[in-house]
Structures are given as C-alpha cells and as structure tokens.
Design a protein around this ligand. Structure first.
Ligand SMILES: NC(=O)c1ccc[n+]([C@@H]2O[C@H](COP(=O)([O-])OP(=O)(O)OC[C@H]3O[C@@H](n4cnc5c(N)ncnc54)[C@H](OP(=O)(O)O)[C@@H]3O)[C@@H](O)[C@H]2O)c1
Length: 368
C-alpha cells in the first residue's frame, strides 16, 4: 500500500521510521514545507499526493483544523483511505468526514487521536459491535495528569508546574486546550460517538479544567485520603447522553489515583462484558505513531470498518436525571452537595460570576 504522508513532526517522523519495518506499507510521498532528506519524494504541494493514482492511503499528521480538513476531505473524495491522529479536525467535522468516507467506500481511522498510544478507540469499536456500551470515562489528557500528579506529589503550585510542563514539552506554549479540559472533551466526543453510534457536539458538553486548582485543594483531598484527577465521562441515558469533563476525586487506592505523570487510563462499561480499562502512554512520538501504523496495517489487511457501519444519529446532551455528589469550593470554603450534573454545572456557572476562582468537582462514589 502506497502512502502519502502529511507532516514530519514528532509523530510523522516516528511513523515514517516505523513504516520502513513493514513490507505492506511504503511512504511514497511526503508533504513538507522544507527538505527533510527522507529518501521518499518530498513536495510542498498537496496536489502531488491527492492526484497521484498510485497513492492509496493518506496519513495526516500536520495537526490543527485547517488545512487538515481540506486535505482529508479531498483525499476521501479521491477515494484514498485516510489515517489521522488529529482529534481537533475529526471532532469538528465528524459527521461530514464519516459520511465522505462512507460515500467513497474508503476507510477513515483515527485510533491515535484519543489515548495516543493506547488502542482505545479500536477496542471500543470492537466492543460496540458485540455489546451495548453504557458508559465511557477516563483520564484522557496527559498534560493535566502530569500537573495534577506533580501538585499532589510535591505540594507545588499550579502555575509553577504548568511552566515546568511547558519546559519539558508536555504542555503547549498556549496550554488552554489542555488545562481547560477541551482536549479531553474532544477525546470524549470521539469515544462516545463510537461507543453510542452518536454524533455529539463538543460545545454541548459542560467542561471544567484544572486551571483553578490550588495547593489548598490538594491538601483538602489528601486529608481525606483522596486524589484529584481530570475525568471526562459520558453515559448513555435512553435517547440522550449525559456527559461532562471536570476535576474528580478518587480514593488513593484506586487505579485512577495511581495513574501518574502523562499516562492515560480510560474505561468502558458494557452490559455483558462489564468494565474494561486501558492504560498507557497517551502521547509521545513512538506510542502515537504505533497506533497510526496499526490503523494503516488494518486497512492494508482490508479490515474496512472503524467508525462502525451502523448509522450514527445526533444525540442531545442531557445532564438531568441521576443525582450525583459534588464538591463546590468558593472563596476558600468547601461544600458537598447532591444534585444532578445539570444543576451542579449551572450552580457553578452562577458562582463563577462572583468568584472567578470557584471550583466544582465530582465525587463519583458519594464519598465523605
Ligand atoms: N505528539 C503527540 O504525542 C501526539 C499524541 C496524540 C496525537 N497527536 C496528534 O498528531 C498530530 C501531529 O502532532 P505532532 O506532535 O507530530 O505535531 P508537530 O510535531 O507540531 O508536527 C507537525 C508537522 O506538520 C507540519 N505541518 C504543519 N502544517 C503544515 C502544512 N500546512 N503543510 C505541510 N506541513 C505542515 C509541520 O511542519 P514544520 O516543521 O514546517 O512546521 C510539522 O512537521 C496532531 O494532530 C496531534 O494532535 C500528537
């Protein structure tokens, strides 16, 4: 199978190296803005890839929404399979891209887009074919997990650790997507869409990140044997989905609490098989490129599906229903309340108008 590779950064470079070990795959052409000395044909014009009838598969690893969207859609229209690690573009254009792939009889796969090196989306897709998945949840952002783990271990302030994470390359120069939970929310949308054959919109899902977390919050949890994690959760509720992203407290002995650094831990719950959890490297060139490679190999083996061939339908987000336990912090005072997620997020928004440092967290087992 001949590949047109877009991008030669952290993941693109690792993917190119890995592909050389696979007789079934050849990177024929690389789209790059500057010479890379890869030995394959290098071009700065996407037309050289999309118009090449010998290229069967386009691997998009440039990131961002534009021009990635234009390149992916043109490749699908040209009846080329597409593999990408780009959650931003898949999440923003999910229905259009899935439909384009179906109309043109080609595959669109993005296992590396959620969970980096963990075969999470491909496993989810497999389970969705044989069982009814009721919920998906987990630690899906390595940057925030690194910051929270270090805050817990070293009693250091959020700002200090964010600067450190940026220095170490764990956080972007503009960390907003990570620290405000938007990256985790995109991965949640990709996961829930596959799990529930749904078409969710990321902006409908309430989301709280970790940028308001303080040393006092860490100490408050420690005194109670609890550990902070940023959790993205979606649960099927009839013809709707309950979903949110927010800081969550776990007892110190749980697998979530023991998932440290930039690692991810994500679980599915299904009616017959019960709970399955997956953990590992949520980012990094080699792990991420390995998942990209696995998608390419499965396409080469004629495994056609990924986003299952079952029709997906738009589902509303509805966080009314089940009463859960929540921790509110405003002006340094903590209060535990029991209410639906819809009411909790509404109350948090109202409190935030007068206290811009307020915090809301989920207590999943009603602890305390
Ligand atoms: N890194 C990870 O651990 C990780 C994990 C999971 C998913 N991902 C996803 O994988 C994708 C790639 O990430 P990355 O970390 O490899 O990014 P990266 O290191 O920033 O690499 C991006 C590459 O794309 C090139 N590029 C950008 N725009 C281009 C354009 N218009 N035309 C041609 N080349 C262009 C850049 O070229 P220049 O060098 O010329 O700028 C660079 O080589 C992203 O969607 C990311 O979200 C990454």
């Amino acid at each position: 199978m001949q590949i047109g590779l877009l991008g030669y950064g952290t993941v693109g470079k690792a993917f190119h190296a890995l592909s050389k070990e696979q007789p079934a795959l050849t990177v024929k052409t690389l789209l790059t803005r500057r010479p890379r000395g890869t030995g394959c044909r290098e071009t700065d014009s996407f037309a050289d890839i999309v118009n090449d009838p010998n290229i069967d598969l386009v691997v998009e690893l440039i990131g961002g929404i534009h021009p990635a969207y234009e390149y992916i859609s043109a490749a699908l229209r040209a009846k080329k399979h597409v593999v990408t690690a780009n959650k931003a573009v898949i999440c923003a254009y999910y229905p259009e891209l899935v439909q384009l792939a179906q109309e043109n009889g080609v595959c669109l796969r993005c296992t590396a887009a959620a969970g980096g090196g963990i075969p999470w989306l491909s496993s989810l897709s497999r389970v969705a074919r044989m069982d009814r998945i009721t919920a998906v949840e987990g630690i899906l952002n390595g940057t925030t997990n690194y910051i929270l783990s270090e805050m817990t271990a070293r009693n250091a302030a959020y700002g200090e650790l964010l600067a450190e994470a940026q220095k170490l390359g764990y956080a972007e120069a503009d960390p907003t997507d990570d620290v405000e939970g938007y990256d985790a929310r995109r991965k949640l949308v990709l996961s829930a869409n596959l799990a529930f054959s749904a078409l969710l919109r990321e902006q409908d899902i309430p989301c709280i990140g970790i940028s308001r977390m303080t040393v006092a919050d860490i100490a408050w949890a420690r005194e109670r044997g609890l550990v902070w994690k940023l959790i993205a959760r979606a649960e099927r509720r009839g013809d709707a989905v309950s979903a949110f992203v927010c800081p969550t407290l776990f007892p110190a002995s749980t697998p979530e609490s023991q998932t440290n650094g930039s690692a991810n831990l994500v679980s599915l719950y299904a009616e017959r098989i019960g709970k399955q959890s997956f953990s590992g490297a949520g980012a990094g060139g080699w792990p991420t490129a390995s998942n990209v490679l696995a998608d390419c190999l499965e396409i080469a083996d004629s495994s056609r599906s990924f986003y299952s061939d079952r029709p997906a339908a738009p589902l509303p987000i509805d966080n009314h229903g089940e009463v859960k336990t929540w921790l509110f912090r405003s002006y340094g005072r903590y209060a535990v309340r029991q209410e639906t997620a819809a009411d909790a997020f509404e109350a948090y928004a109202a409190v935030s108008e007068i206290d811009s440092g307020a915090l809301l967290a989920h207590l999943p087992w009603g602890m305390l």
